[in-house]
Design a protein around this ligand. Structure first.
Ligand SMILES: C[S@@+](CC[C@H](N)C(=O)[O-])C[C@H]1O[C@@H](n2cnc3c(N)ncnc32)[C@H](O)[C@@H]1O
Length: 246
C-alpha cells in the first residue's frame, strides 16, 4: 500500500488544527509526562504544532520531534520557544533522530495514522531504537468501539460550546481495522472539514507490538490523570518500558 505520511498535514491546515483543539488543556498530560520523562530528553513522534511539546519544554525538559508535515512543523517554529525544538522531517515509523531519549511520546491517537499493522510494528521498533535503557514509550490512543456504529457509520459530538461545535462523522471498515473520519468544526466563522484515516488497534494488539520491539508494559491508565483503565474506558494512556540492561 502506498502511503504519504504528510497527508494528515495537507488535509488539515496547521492553524485550523490549533483552533479546532484549542479547548484541550495540556496541563494534566504535561504534569504526567514530566514525571515519566525523569529529566528527559523527550522525542515526540508526530510533534505537530507543539501542543504538548512546548509546555513540556517550558517545564525544563529538552524536546526533539519527528513530523511529516512541513506546515505543522513551520507553525511550531513560529511559536514562542519553537526555535528551541529540533524537528526532523519524516515518517516516525522509520526516521531516526540522533541521540538517546528518556521518553518517546506518541500522543493523541497518532499511532493510528500509520495505515497498516506492519508500519505500526515498525513504529514501535523505531521508538525502542530511540530509547536509552530503562526509557519509556508513551502511547495515547482511543479504544476501538465498533458498537458505536450503525450500518458501518457513526456521527458523534466531540465538543459542543456556545462559540463552536466539533462533530465527527466516521465510517468503519472492520475487515481491515480501518476507520475513515471527517471532523466537522462549526463556528460563526464558517465550517471546516478535517479528514483523517485511521488503522485502529485494540490495546492488546499494541501490547504485542511493544513486545515485538523489546518493550514491556509498565502502566495503562484511562487518561493522563492516571484514572484506572476499566471495561468502560474509551481511551488509554499506556507506558511501555525498555529493559534496564537491554
Ligand atoms: C493528531 S496530530 C497530533 C499532534 C501533536 N502530537 C498533538 O498532540 O497535538 C498528528 C500529527 O502527526 C503527524 N503525522 C501523522 N502521521 C505521521 C507519520 N507517519 N510520520 C510523522 N508525522 C506524522 C501529523 O502531520 C500531525 O502533525
Amino acid at each position: 500500500m502506498s502511503f504519504d505520511a504528510s497527508e494528515y498535514g495537507r488535509h488539515i491546515p496547521a492553524d485550523v488544527y490549533d483552533t479546532a483543539f484549542a479547548h484541550l488543556d495540556p496541563d494534566v498530560a504535561v504534569d504526567r509526562l514530566v514525571v515519566l520523562a525523569d529529566g528527559g530528553p523527550v522525542c515526540e513522534f508526530g510533534i505537530g504544532t507543539g501542543r504538548l511539546a512546548l509546555p513540556l519544554l517550558r517545564r525544563g525538559i529538552a524536546v526533539a520531534g519527528i513530523e511529516a508535515s512541513a506546515e505543522m512543523a513551520a507553525r511550531l517554529k513560529e511559536k514562542p520557544d519553537g526555535d528551541r525544538i529540533v524537528v526532523s522531517t519524516g515518517d516516525f515509523a522509520e526516521t531516526r533522530v540522533p541521540g538517546e531519549f528518556a521518553l518517546v511520546l506518541l500522543a493523541f491517537n497518532t499511532i493510528f495514522a500509520l495505515p497498516d499493522q506492519a508500519r505500526q510494528v515498525a513504529c514501535f521498533r523505531n521508538a525502542a531504537a530511540h530509547l536509552r535503557p530503562g526509557g519509556r514509550f508513551v502511547v495515547e490512543a482511543w479504544v476501538p468501539d465498533p458498537g458505536a456504529f450503525r450500518a458501518g457509520a457513526a456521527l458523534r459530538p466531540i465538543r459542543v460550546a456556545q462559540e463552536m461545535v466539533l462533530l465527527e462523522a466516521a465510517h468503519l471498515h472492520p475487515a481491515e481495522q480501518r476507520m475513515t473520519t471527517t471532523k466537522i468544526h462549526l463556528s460563526n466563522d464558517g465550517v471546516r472539514l478535517l479528514p483523517a484515516n485511521h488503522r485502529y488497534a485494540w490495546p492488546a494488539e499494541l501490547d504485542l507490538m511493544a513486545e515485538l520491539a523489546g518493550l514491556h508494559r509498565e502502566h495503562r491508565w484511562a487518561d493522563w490523570s492516571g484514572a484506572a483503565f476499566t471495561d468502560d474506558s474509551r481511551d488509554h494512556v499506556t507506558v511501555y518500558r525498555r529493559g534496564e540492561g537491554a
